[in-house]
Design a protein around this ligand. Structure first.
Ligand SMILES: Cc1cc2nc3c(=O)[nH]c(=O)nc-3n(C[C@H](O)[C@H](O)[C@H](O)COP(=O)(O)OP(=O)(O)OC[C@H]3O[C@@H](n4cnc5c(N)ncnc54)[C@H](O)[C@@H]3O)c2cc1C
Length: 388
């Protein structure tokens, strides 16, 4: 159905040919159980994925990766999400990939050897520990300079993949509180406590909190000595580029599931699937999916064309991706009746997983406020120019 209705791209089909069997045979079978038990996707599965060339796809060739473009990566995540029946798997793939690329961008051979190449081989992974309960611009985690390195103290409440990562990119303020450093903290460092973070959905992510108490980090594990906020922005940018791509893959399968569940149903002697109101709601699901695809394609193509990606396109992309995905999942819940509520039918997982998109990297209120403010500022700027 997807091939004909949605006209899947060549890159999506290629990803299916390369990774489809792995996703169907190795990722899909454990997905529902992992969700029920809150069990993280095992690193062994990632190791296998690396063996198929799925890990390291975006990492530059000089570090052992395939250096693929944004569009190919987005289409790959879309396919993997559909075939694997697991939202956590593509999201974790994308997060870990971005963290590895951020370390690569330091252009330091020692860091590439120690962290990036093992990522590509699927041997060990890096987590991204940026956000805190406090404002981005007022991080409470500190990295104080001592003999031979730094002492890091603080708390990071949510790290995707944290339960399975071997090291973490930790963002911490300097002594004076005027700048942010980025350091690599090893999982086995004395003073670091990694704890699971039970969640509403996306339970295979292995989300963890990090508590750092006077953790020593040697000088050579400083990735960025200053302006860590700009460093974090790059992660945020990359995440916003791909977030909706895997959500689309999940929505493809939700749409199919809804049609399949409704097809045999009869109510008041009428076939449910033939009711115009039901067809209209299914149409709204298709509409939502197509809106996400259109916005995501624009972002990915612009990124590949090295166009300056404005905050506007990112904010709209993130907002549309998250809110439309949740809207589509809501329609599904309404349409399938009680089946949406019985856990064994598997409908609930979509909505719970997709809710995870909402807060990530800016919730709707923050994005709408930002967009409104920008529009007002631009109009004021124009007026000033006109008056000159
Ligand atoms: C599944 C998942 C995975 C994550 N993985 C990671 C990870 O790997 N690494 C990491 O560092 N972090 C991670 N996070 C944390 C994530 O980055 C934060 O949740 C996100 O940045 C939003 O911050 P917040 O949760 O404090 O909510 P906020 O967006 O700050 O929202 C809190 C409240 O403030 C309101 N608000 C925010 N801004 C404004 C505004 N401008 N005007 C008015 N109201 C506003 C919101 O509407 C909301 O009511 C993850 C989160 C999730 C859900």
């Amino acid at each position: 159905m997807m091939d004909t209705l949605f006209r899947l791209s060549h890159e999506h089909k290629e990803a299916r040919a390369r990774f489809g069997a792995f996703c169907r045979e190795r990722v899909r079978p454990g997905a529902a159980q992992r969700d029920r038990d809150g069990v993280p996707i095992p690193n062994d599965l990632f190791r296998e994925a690396a063996g198929h060339g799925l890990v390291g796809m975006t990492v530059p060739r000089e570090a052992g990766g395939s250096g693929c473009d944004w569009w190919t990566w987005g289409q790959t995540l879309e396919s993997v999400a559909y075939e694997g029946d697991d939202s956590s798997f593509p999201m974790l793939l994308a997060y870990r990939e971005t963290a590895a690329n951020l370390v690569f961008s330091s252009r330091r051979a020692d860091l590439v050897e120690r962290y990036v190449r093992p990522h590509v081989r699927g041997e060990s992974f890096i987590g991204w520990a940026f956000t805190e309960i406090d404002d981005y611009f007022n991080l409470q985690t500190t990295a104080k300079q001592v003999q031979g390195g730094y002492r890091v103290t603080g708390f990071k409440p949510a790290v995707t993949g944290g339960m399975g990562d071997e090291s973490f990119l930790v963002y911490a303020r300097n002594e004076a509180g005027t700048d942010v450093r980025v350091v690599l903290v090893h999982r086995d460092s004395p003073g670091l406590t990694v704890e699971p973070r039970p969640t509403l959905g996306l339970r295979g992510l292995g989300l963890a909190s990090l508590r750092l108490s006077d953790v020593f980090v040697p000088e050579d594990r400083v990735v960025v000595a200053s302006d860590g906020i700009s460093h974090a922005q790059r992660f945020i940018r990359d995440r916003r580029l791909t977030l909706a791509a895997w959500a689309t893959g999940r929505l493809f399968s939700l749409l199919e599931k809804v049609i399949d569940a409704l097809t045999p149903l009869t109510r008041f002697g009428e076939r449910v699937i033939q009711a115009k109101s039901v067809q209209m709601e299914i149409g709204r699901m298709v509409l939502g999916i197509e809106i996400i695809r259109a916005v995501t394609e624009r972002m990915l193509r612009d990124a590949d064309a090295q166009m300056p990606l404005t905050t506007l396109s990112f904010s709209v992309g993130k907002h549309v991706g998250a809110t439309q995905a949740i809207e589509v999942a809501h329609i599904a819940q309404k349409l399938v009746g009680g089946a949406g509520f019985w856990q064994d039918q598997g409908f609930d997982r979509y909505l719970r997983d997709l809710y995870g998109l909402l807060p990530i990297l800016g919730g709707p209120i923050a994005l709408e406020t930002e967009l409104g403010l920008r529009a007002i500022e631009h109009r004021a700027m124009e007026r000033r120019l006109d008056e000159r």
